[in-house]
Structure formats: structure tokens, C-alpha cells
Design a protein around this ligand. Sequence first.
Ligand code: AP5
Ligand code: ZN
Length: 215
Amino acid sequence: MRIVLVGPPGAGKGTQAAFLAKNLSIPHISTGDLFRANISQGTELGRRAKAFMDAGDLVPDEITIGMAKDRMEQPDAAGGFLLDGFPRNVSQAEALDVMLEESGMKLDAVLDLEVEEDEVVKRIAGRRVCRNESAHVFHVEYAAPKTEGVCDHCGGELYQRGDDSEATVRNRLEVYHTQTEPIIDYYKEQGLLVTISALGEVHEITQRAMDALKK
Ligand code: AP5
Ligand code: ZN
């Protein structure tokens, strides 16, 4: 299956993507994680992306689209993928359509995680991420690690993302409304949109998503 996950920052895209990718046996491709890995490895791409991410702005399309395309062309993505955080504006969605068309593929569904702003602000404020592995995500209240500041999975140090500060989150939400939300209509017109509520327990939402994707 080829699936796109959309939803505001902090909706739980990364959390759900980890379970959905496993259930569907497809790789989880997160452009945010790819950028963060490039930054921690000190690559030229990471250096170019960092200032935009720190400000909560979108990284320019000429950097993002090429990076996403390279990842989707890896052998493990040949049979399908779950995109998390890409596309994030209409021009990226159009570029994805062109990429897929060129290789004779199409999307199966776009899963939209719906959650109100008060809740995403709480989720982001309490989020802690593992330094070793960005898929190891916790929340000080909702998904607390057994030992404070230590990853349950690998013992790595948990930290708060630089772009999770209050001022940056405000801008990320604004960017979501103005630049990313229009892709919801874009995919609705293509008949691909599947909207579910992202409120409730993590495993309940995964089940809701699996049920919705089967339809
Ligand atoms: P990115 O990393 O994609 O960030 P985001 O979209 O803002 O999403 P988040 O990672 O903040 O949240 P999430 O929805 O994955 O939530 P999570 O599962 O962690 O992008 C970062 C930056 O990179 C962008 O600002 C931009 O600069 C750049 N970028 C990336 N892609 C780009 C693109 N295509 N174009 C241009 N620029 C791009 O959950 C959040 C918290 O809630 C966690 O603590 C979790 O434990 C908790 N939680 C999860 N589910 C639940 C639940 N059901 N109940 C209670 N708590 C929950
Ligand atoms: Zn870890």
C-alpha cells in the first residue's frame, strides 16, 4: 500500500506511523526524521534545512522534494510506503503525483488525523524523543518512560525537540493551516481522503486507522 499521513503537528503521526507501518509491512518515511538525521550527521542538506526547522517554517521544496524522492526510490519502498510529513503543501502533492505517475504507481489512501488545537499543544509540550532513534517517542504524562529521561527501548537519553518551544509551535500550527491544510481538499477531490479522530488511546487510534484503510 502507498499511504500518506496528514494532520497537525503533534497529532500523533509519528506514533501511529510506527504501528501502521509494522502492521502493513511497509517502511515509515518521515521527512522530519530524515531532516533531523541529516542535522545530527552534519550533512550539507541538514545545514540548509536547520534554520527553517528551528523557526517552524517549511524547508524549501527544492530541498525537500529531492530528499523525499531519493528515499522513496530505495529498494525497501518498492512495494509501498507510509509517508509521514510529506507532502506538506500543494506543490509537494503535485510533485508526488508526478513521481508516482512516472513509475506507474498511485496512492491508495490519505489518512487524515483529526485533533483539536488545545490537545496538540498539550501533546507537543510534553513530548520527549530518544537521541538514538527518532521513532522512540514518549510523553511526560500520556506515555511516560519507566525512568525519567531514559528511553525504555534502548536506554538512550530523552530530549525535547528544539522546535517544540511555545513560540515555534505557534508558527508550526499557522504554517499547517495556511500551507498544509489545502492538501486535504486536494486529496478529497481525488477521492483518496480518509479522516479519523486521533483522540483516545494510541492502540484504539491504530485500530480505527486500520479499519478505515480496509474500507
Ligand atoms: P515533523 O517532524 O514532520 O513535525 P510535525 O508534522 O510538526 O509533527 P510532529 O513530529 O510534531 O508530531 P506528530 O504528529 O508526529 O506527533 P507524535 O507522534 O510525535 O517536521 C518538523 C519540521 O521539519 C517542520 O516544521 C519543517 O520545518 C520540516 N519538514 C518536515 N517535513 C517537511 C516537508 N514535507 N516540507 C517542508 N518542511 C518539512 O506525538 C506527539 C506527542 O503526543 C508525543 O509525545 C506522543 O507520545 C503523544 N501522543 C501521541 N498519540 C497520543 C495519544 N493518542 N494520546 C496522548 N498522547 C499521544
Ligand atoms: Zn531509544
